[in-house]
Design a protein around this ligand. Structure first.
Ligand code: SF4
Length: 314
C-alpha cells in the first residue's frame, strides 16, 4: 500500500489517502477528547473502492471500482496500528473498528471473512467491530451470516450494528438512499434475530437535514427502545451535500436543546446527538470526500507529507 497523503491532527482525527491495488482508498483513525487514545481508539475502514449506491449526501457514491480484498482492509488497519503496536498486541479497552468509510460493507463478502479472522490476527481484548449499513435489499445473506459471526466469535456486547435510515418518510428515505432497501418491518424482523441479551443495542442512525422528516412515533411502531438506540448526526458538508443544497438540521447553535432528541427520549429511547467534533467536520474528513476529490484531480498532496499537507484546490 502506498500512502499518498495524510491530513488532520494526532489528537483528533487523521485521514489517510492511499493507493492499494492500483486504486485510491481512504481510511481514518480518531480519538474522542477528553477520552484518551489509551482508553478508546477508533479506526474507520473503507470496504469498497467508491460505492455503487450513490446516496444523496455521500461523496463515496460518485464511482465504484469494486470490492477491497480482506488483505486490503488488513493493510488499512496495520498502517494505523503498526507504528504504535508492531506486535499487533493492543491493550486498549475500546478498540473500535468501523466498517463505515467508503462503501456499503454488506456489498463485500470479504468483510465477513475479515471479521472471522480479526480476533486471531490482533491480540486486542477491547476489539469491537462496528458494521454500519443502509440495508440494501441484497444484504440479507451478509447480515444473516453476521449473526453467527457476532454470536460465536465476539464476546457479548463487543459488536455494534448500525442501520442508517435517515428518514421515517419512505419517499424521502428512498430519495436519500437510491435503489432497493429494506423496509422498517424488514429491519425490525432482522433485529429480532440479531439481538440477544447482553448485546449492544442496535443503532438507528439519522443524518439530519433542515427539512428532514423524522417522526419518533413511527419508529416506536417498529423498534423496541430496549433493543434500539437512536443516533442523530449533523449533515456533514460533503461536496454532494453542497451540490444538493442540503443544510444540516443540527448546528452548533441548536444542538443544546434539539427538540427531536427529547421526542425520542420521551418514547423511552436512549438518544445521542453524535456531533463528533465540529473541528473534524471543518477538516472535511467526511465519508469518501477526499478520495473522490483526489480522483477528480481536485486536490494536491505533497509527497513528503506531514499532517495538513493535503491541500484542497477548490
Ligand atoms: S452513504 Fe454509505 S451506502 Fe451510501 S453511497 Fe456512501 S458509502 Fe455508499
Amino acid at each position: 500500500m502506498e500512502i499518498l497523503g495524510k491530513y488532520g491532527k494526532e489528537d483528533l482525527a487523521i485521514l489517510y489517502i492511499a493507493r492499494y491495488d492500483e486504486k485510491v482508498i481512504e481510511f481514518v483513525e480518531s480519538v474522542q477528547p477528553p477520552v484518551s487514545r489509551e482508553q478508546k481508539w477508533v479506526l474507520i475502514l473503507s470496504t469498497l473502492y467508491g460505492c455503487p449506491l450513490g446516496c444523496l449526501m455521500c461523496d463515496a457514491g460518485e464511482y465504484f471500482f469494486g470490492e477491497i480484498t480482506k488483505e486490503g482492509m488488513i493493510a488499512q488497519i496495520d498502517h494505523m496500528i503498526s507504528p504504535r503496536f508492531p506486535d499487533r498486541k493492543i491493550p486498549i479497552p475500546k478498540l473500535k473498528i468501523q466498517f463505515a468509510r467508503m462503501g456499503e460493507p454488506t456489498l463485500n463478502e470479504n468483510v465477513l471473512e475479515l471479521l472471522r479472522e480479526l480476533p486471531k490476527i490482533y491480540d486486542a481484548p477491547g476489539l469491537m467491530p462496528c458494521v454500519s449499513t443502509v440495508a440494501p435489499s441484497s444484504s440479507k445473506k451478509f447480515l444473516n451470516d453476521l449473526i453467527s459471526i457476532k454470536n460465536n466469535l465476539y464476546p457479548p456486547g463487543q459488536f455494534q450494528l448500525q442501520f442508517s435510515i435517515h428518514s421515517t418518510d419512505p419517499e424521502l428515505r428512498h430519495k436519500w438512499i437510491p435503489g432497493k432497501i429494506w423496509s422498517f418491518q424488514e429491519i425490525a424482523d432482522f433485529g429480532e434475530k440479531w439481538y440477544k441479551s447482553g448485546d449492544r443495542k442496535i443503532t438507528l442512525n439519522f443524518a439530519v437535514a433542515k427539512d428532514s422528516k423524522i417522526e419518533p412515533k413511527i419508529i416506536a411502531k417498529f423498534f423496541d427502545p430496549l433493543k434500539y438506540f437512536i443516533k442523530l448526526t449533523p449533515l456533514n458538508p460533503t461536496s454532494n451535500v453542497l451540490k444538493h443544497k442540503l443544510d444540516s438540521g443540527i448546528t452548533k447553535e441548536n444542538v443544546k436543546d434539539f427538540i427531536l432528541k427529547s421526542k425520542f427520549e420521551d418514547l423511552g429511547y436512549k438518544t445521542m446527538i453524535s456531533i463528533g467534533n465540529w473541528e473534524e467536520n471543518e477538516i472535511g474528513s467526511n465519508c469518501g470526500q477526499f478520495a473522490t476529490q483526489y480522483i477528480k484531480g481536485d486536490v494536491e498532496i505533497k509527497k513528503d507529507y506531514t499532517c495538513n499537507d493535503y491541500n484542497l484546490l477548490n
